[in-house]
Design a binder for this molecule. Structure first.
Ligand SMILES: [Ca+2]
Length: 458
């Protein structure tokens, strides 16, 4: 029997935990979904936005190669070194364990010497291109939290594209292009991640940083820089995660940018180390990858702090009366209002936006009996237990939520800007623009200024 593997790991990202140590009160961990608190009304549940810990996601993926028979060793082949066509001691044989290079070796524990790696057949069909698609599928939406790092055992490819899917592989979008010559390969101007700004963060770039210099044997990695993009909001050492979380909360495109169900590494042209391909020594040209790093967390819409891997599938352990693999809907009998994702705001606990029981209404006015006692069976609009006023609203006599200026609705669950001309800032589905934030602005200030803006608009 296979035991579920709990993903609530103790080990956080090294640099993030560093940030926690330095700035414990600036931003929340979001690692607790609810807690019991004592109030005048007794022991009640307090609900918070929560998410699973980030972890190594390569343990939970399925890998597919296209073409499927592109792995070396069937029939056995001998390879030569790229730098030296006479050094031919790399042998691949699928039937011998020590000489086989199956795809799993891209994801095993790499810490031993020599490394273990997947390897393709050589470029024996030159001049037809040697192209391989490596697809990593999670069958679950996940959120990336750290750089994607691909370590090549041989030279890094001269052309490759990293792509992502958000719909289980039905459609694909490029994440980044890589080439020794971006103009020549993709008719794109070469750029680096350091040229991006808050406004251009979602731009797809072609970079030459990870394709050149095959001779430097220690320069083996190809990277997709997640943290550098985070740093545009959170500062160089990610010390202001509140700013990032606030931005993720209000800008759907930004959130979706780091969300994936699948990744595809498209290897388009292997390292040749020269402008000309040596047609008489084609066994020098191939792809070999020793390691792929993907750090992330299950996307649970801030309604779960753990994610389980059961029957080869990841799913969130939903709280807040939600259900579904991503906690993307309300449980049966808890559809008292429309489902809504939790919110990182206000820092540090966020807003749970829990699903409410069906039997909320109709709202009955307080029925003062002849004895002057309110009818015990009357429906409550709000209380401190299940029907909590959201977004800082205050419950009055269980009959109404007194909402802060920016919110409305029975439980203050709706931003006032909804339905207003122009809609809510940052809530547009297409053509989103990011709000440039001065780096170290604490989020409460931002929220206050947004509220002030909204008040002004009303
Ligand atoms: Ca390996």
């Amino acid at each position: 029997m296979r035991w579920p593997v709990l993903l609530t790991l103790q080990a956080a990202l090294a640099s993030l935990s560093q940030a926690v140590q330095h700035y414990p009160s600036v931003w929340g961990h979001y690692d607790v979904c609810k807690s019991q608190v004592y109030t005048d009304e007794g022991l009640i549940w307090d609900y918070m936005a929560c998410q699973p810990e980030a972890t190594d996601m390569t343990k939970y993926l399925r890998v597919t190669l296209d073409p499927p028979n592109i792995t070396c060793g069937d029939p056995p082949e001998t390879y030569c070194a790229l730098e030296n066509p006479y050094m031919c001691n790399n042998e691949c044989d699928a039937t011998t364990e020590e000489l086989a290079h199956p795809p799993e070796l891209m994801f095993d524990f790499e810490g031993r010497n020599p490394t273990t790696f997947w390897q393709s057949t050589s470029w024996k069909k030159y001049p037809r291109p040697l192209q391989v698609n490596i697809t990593l599928s999670w069958n679950k939406t996940i959120e990336l939290t750290d750089d994607i790092v691909i370590t090549f055992e041989s030279g890094r490819p001269e052309q490759m594209v990293l792509e992502k899917s958000l719909d289980y592989g039905r459609t694909w979008q490029p994440y980044q292009f890589y080439a020794t010559d971006c103009l020549d390969a993709f008719t794109m101007e070469p750029k680096t991640v350091h040229e991006l700004t808050q406004q251009t963060l979602l731009d797809i770039i072609c970079t030459e940083d990870y394709s050149r210099g095959y001779v430097w044997k220690y320069d083996k990695t190809v990277r997709f820089e997640i943290k550098d993009r985070f740093a545009l909001f959170a500062g160089p050492r990610l010390h202001n995660m509140a700013s990032l979380y606030g931005q993720l909360d209000t800008t759907k495109n930004l959130r979706d940018f780091f969300t994936i169900t699948d990744l595809r590494i498209r290897l388009l042209r292997p390292a040749t180390g020269a402008t000309m391909v040596d047609e008489y020594n084609l066994s020098r040209y191939f792809y070999a990858i020793s390691d792929v790093k993907v750090q992330g967390r299950c996307k649970c819409n801030l309604h779960a702090n753990s994610c389980v891997f059961e029957k080869d599938r990841l799913s969130c352990e939903c709280e807040h009366n939600t259900t579904g693999p991503d906690c993307g809907r309300c449980k049966k009998n808890y559809q008292g209002r429309a489902w809504s994702a939790g919110s990182y705001l206000p820092i540090p606990k966020g807003t749970a936006n829990i699903c409410l029981p069906n039997n909320l209404g109709p709202v009955i006015r307080p029925n003062i009996s002849s004895l002057g006692v309110a009818n015990r069976n009357q429906a409550r609009v709000c209380d401190s237990l299940m029907m909590r006023c959201q977004n800082g609203g205050v419950c009055h006599n269980n009959q109404r939520c007194q909402c802060p200026a920016g919110f409305t609705g029975l439980l203050c669950e709706k931003p006032r800007c909804e339905g207003a001309p122009g809609g809510c800032p940052g809530a547009k589905s297409a053509g989103d623009t990011l709000f440039p934030l001065p780096g170290p602005t604490p989020l409460p200030l931002l929220t206050a200024s947004v509220l002030a803006l909204l008040q002004g608009a009303l």
